[in-house]
Ligand binder design. Structure first.
Ligand code: ZN
Length: 292
């Protein structure tokens, strides 16, 4: 059985039909939790459609491409907070040319990060009558997509058939250490995309120690937190952002235990993210502000 067929059986069946009939809709929105493979499925569907069978045969002239010239994935570039309008306009230009094969796919990763201008540009493109283009918006935050766009898309929800097993398998695919796996599993269940974000066990342990020091109320933990920020984050803005992402998932998985203090932390995280976008504010200072 194909991997996608086992975790998203309904979606697999639905898109198999689309491939079989060779008639794709103008626009789809793939929504569901982060880190479960929505974007991979979008690419998989596009390649299947161009091949004519799902999963793709792997031998035909369309499958011969490693990167198919008719499949464009639009995503945020490093350092960008949002999916800028210029990327969307670039994608629309791509849509104007005849396809190399017979059809084109434009996939927007993290579509909820589009700016207002991006959404307006996209809306115009979706409304343009082009018979050979399908737009796929991939998102974990469907509430952020304007209704004018939503109403023009077919909504497809993604949720793994057995979520717990899915998270476990994903972890085991990346790490071996059993203790480590069970530690990460506690929070990855709430957002499996953190598994993709972990670079090494050592890195995660550092971040974990920081989180535990941040939520502990005793003063000695506060000084430990400050030391860790000094030593591990320093001036690194990306590391600071990463810490906030992990911290957020940690809070999500400990709502019961932390009660009202988790709300306070949430607000602090939100503010810290905004401060990190201001280039002259020291990341070390931003993170330290979380515990006071
Ligand atoms: Zn093929």
């Amino acid at each position: 059985m194909n991997f996608f067929e086992s975790i998203f059986p309904e979606n697999f069946r639905f898109f198999s039909e689309v491939v079989r009939n060779s008639s794709s809709s103008r626009a789809y929105i793939f929504w569901g939790p982060d880190g479960i493979g929505k974007l991979s499925f979008a690419k998989f569907f596009a390649r299947s459609f161009l091949c004519g069978t799902m999963p793709p045969c792997g031998f035909c002239s369309q499958c011969a491409f490693e990167e198919h010239p008719d499949v464009l994935v639009v995503s945020r570039k490093e350092g960008d907070e949002r999916l800028k309008a210029e990327y969307v306009r670039e994608a629309i230009r791509f849509a104007r040319f005849q396809p190399y094969s017979f059809f084109k796919f434009i996939i927007f990763s993290e579509a909820h990060l589009m700016t207002q201008q991006s959404f307006s540009a996209l809306l115009k493109a979706i409304e343009e009558p082009k018979q050979y283009v399908t737009y796929i918006l991939v998102t974990s935050k469907i509430d952020f997509i304007p209704p004018t766009i939503l109403s023009r898309c077919i909504r497809v929800r993604f949720f793994p058939k057995d979520f717990n097993t899915f998270v476990m398998e994903k972890l085991k695919g990346k790490f071996q250490n059993e203790n480590f796996i069970s530690l990460v599993h506690k929070i990855a269940y709430f957002n499996p995309s953190i598994i993709d974000m972990i670079e090494s066990e050592e890195e995660f342990s550092k971040i974990w120690e920081m989180i535990e020091s941040a939520v502990a109320e005793k003063p000695e933990f506060k000084s430990n937190f400050i030391n860790l920020v000094e030593y591990y984050i320093g001036q690194d803005r990306e590391k600071a952002r990463k810490f906030l992402d992990f911290f957020e998932v940690f809070l999500l998985s400990n709502i019961e235990k932390l009660k009202s203090s988790s709300i306070t932390f949430w607000e602090k995280i939100k503010r810290a993210r905004m401060m990190l976008d201001t280039y002259f504010i020291n990341p070390k200072f931003v993170l330290t502000s979380i515990i006071f």
